[in-house]
Design a protein around this ligand. Structure first.
Ligand SMILES: [Ca+2]
Length: 257
């Protein structure tokens, strides 16, 4: 009968432990890489969503004599609640996405959701991701939302149309720092930072010329929301403004100039 040579004893406990340790070290190195890759994939989906939205927005303007898409003002629906939206009409109970201005061009409700939005969204009213530059685009002369011509936008490549957006429900007595999605983005002068940097500290912006780009949120005030919310709460939620000149009183990337 053949017997195994003396030097073939199988693994010793030490060898086994070393192998396990190496596997653990490799896993520790690779798992963050996988997580990073997942984040990047989500950002790519988000970029694609915004690209479809801004393309549909430009197509809408082409079909309506160069007048840009208006916004819906549902503020009367809940007394005291400021509520502007763009992805559907309100039927008295909820937002109906397939009635939105852009739906004939997108034919897909899913593009309104950012895959990196992890908070439970108030999706029944459709606030799951992207805010519209509602103040300058539909235009507001104090008497309500007004139509604006695409030709009135002097620098489309430097004018925000849509972006990752969320907002602090500062007047929610149960939790004054509760974050919810926002279907509108406020310009810096509103003192209501709602640009949401949910992709590794950056957020995505769709500009009026049709391109989509990452931006870093700007913090330009010492307190926010009319002096009642600390910078820590704002930055803790990854919120900020989109701005170029560092002056919170000018809306150079939002106004039509
Ligand atoms: Ca500014």
């Amino acid at each position: 009968m053949m017997s195994l040579p003396e030097n073939r004893k199988g693994f010793t406990l030490i060898e086994l432990l070393v192998v396990i340790a190496i596997i653990a070290i490799l896993a520790a190195i690779l798992f963050p890489v996988f997580a990073q890759a997942r984040k990047k994939a989500r950002q790519a989906t988000c970029t694609s969503n915004l690209k479809q939205i801004i393309t549909a927005w430009l197509m809408y303007a082409q079909d309506y004599d160069e007048m840009v898409m208006p916004a819906y003002d549902y503020s009367g629906a809940i007394p005291g609640y400021e509520w502007i939206g763009w992805w559907g009409g309100y039927d008295g109970a909820r937002i109906v996405p397939n009635t939105s201005y852009l739906y004939p061009y997108t034919r897909h409700e899913g593009i309104k959701a950012c895959p990196s939005w992890e908070n439970p969204p108030n999706s029944w009213w459709g606030v799951t991701g992207y805010g519209y530059n509602w103040f300058y685009f539909p235009g507001n002369d104090g008497s309500g939302l007004q139509a604006v011509s695409l030709a009135a936008v002097r620098t489309p490549a430097e004018t925000v149309a849509f972006c990752d957006a969320a907002r602090i429900m500062y007047y929610n007595p149960a939790d004054p720092t509760f974050l919810e999605g926002s279907a509108y983005i406020q310009p810096p002068s509103f003192d209501y930072p709602s640009f949401h940097a949910r992709h590794n500290g950056t957020g995505l912006v769709a500009w009026a010329d049709g391109h989509v780009k990452v931006e870093k949120p700007k913090i330009m005030r010492s307190v926010y929301l009319w002096g009642s919310t600390s910078v820590d709460i704002v930055t803790g939620h990854h919120l900020g403004d989109i701005d170029r000149d560092g002056d919170p009183n000018t809306d150079e990337l939002f106004d039509l100039q």
